[in-house]
Ligand binder design. Structure first.
Ligand code: XIL
Length: 299
């Protein structure tokens, strides 16, 4: 197959990218994105601050722009993200306790209701674990009570039973890290108690502090063995090592329940990390990099 999406489809998987609505007028960008990818995540446009700028007033203008571009070009969409400590609108940042808990529930219902039946998988909860120690991250949501994550998932299941419901995080790629074990134990607990969860998103932002490790395949296998799908949701590799990109693809393909890979941007110049970190598959001029060829050959 000659494109990433078509190559991934050979094994029933998808290959996606993050799309920024502000770049949909850039034909160099849309040409590559449309040609190569068959899954789309809105880079910012479906986040809490974008979709509910004032409490109870939803705005789907930018989210719909990304959604419509994807669907009009034959692609599926991952929803990102419903409950998160970051990119909260000001009104939510200042809430706490039961009013924040209710606002989270209302937000999930409002956004999932708008996109009901249209989303392949939602990142219901994003980045809820602390960077070290294996426990929860302190946040206004966490301070509403340790059950906030399962409340989010139960709300999400009722709001759109057709969407896969994912827990998404970074630095849960290395099997030996406490954060990975913390999330693993949460998913195991949810599965044992019947809390609805269908997938785990490994963001997989790799850099010198959080490097790819060959135990990544063990991480993917271990989550999958709990009875959830695994998706690689925000892949970028600082420096753009072709070998590392191939390793990531090979590790996903080794696990049947690793259902797809999304890179967090199209060209290096589109990366949230800055073009100089060269973390993506196309250079800033839109040329295919060695990492692109390595991925295509591995798929
Ligand atoms: C990033 C976007 O790429 C940036 O444009 C924005 O300024 C900040 O958020 N983890 C996530 C993503 O779940 O939503 C983040 O996206 C990157 C880290």
């Amino acid at each position: 197959a000659g494109t990433l999406g078509a190559a991934a489809a050979q094994s029933g998987r998808y290959f996606g990218t993050a799309i920024a609505s502000g770049k949909l007028g850039d034909s160099a960008y849309t040409t590559i994105a449309n040609r190569e990818f068959d899954m789309v995540t809105a880079e910012n446009e479906m986040k809490i601050d974008a979709t509910e700028p004032n409490r109870g007033q939803f705005n789907f203008t930018s989210g719909d722009r990304v959604y419509n571009w994807a669907v009009q070009n034959g692609k599926r969409v991952r929803g990102h993200t419903l409950a998160w400590h970051s990119q909260q609108p000001g009104w939510m940042q200042s809430l706490s306790g039961s009013s924040l808990r209710q606002a989270m529930i209302d937000h999930i219902n409002g956004v999932m209701g708008h996109y009901k039946g249209k989303i392949y998988a939602w990142d219901v909860v994003n980045e809820a674990y602390a960077d070290s120690g294996g426990g929860r991250r302190d946040s206004n949501l966490q301070r509403t009570g340790n059950d906030w994550i399962e409340v989010a998932f139960r709300t999400a299941r009722a709001a759109d039973p057709a969407a896969k419901l994912c827990y998404n995080d970074y630095n849960i790629d290395n099997w030996t890290w406490a954060k990975t074990q913390g999330v693993y134990n949460m998913v195991r607990d949810f599965k044992s108690r019947g809390v609805p969860i269908d997938c785990v998103g490994l963001q997989s932002h790799f850099n010198s502090n959080s490097p790819y490790n060959s135990n990544y395949r063990t991480t993917i296998q271990s989550f999958a063995a709990l009875g959830v799908d695994v998706q690689i949701t925000e892949l970028d590799i600082q420096g753009g090592s072709a070998t590392t990109y191939a390793n990531v693809v090979n590790d996903c393909l080794a696990v049947p329940r690793c259902t797809g890979i999304t890179v967090w941007g199209v060209r290096d110049s589109d990366s949230w990390l800055g073009a100089n970190t060269t973390p993506l598959l196309f250079d800033s001029s839109g040329n295919k990099k060695a990492a692109y060829t390595a991925v295509l050959n591995a798929l």
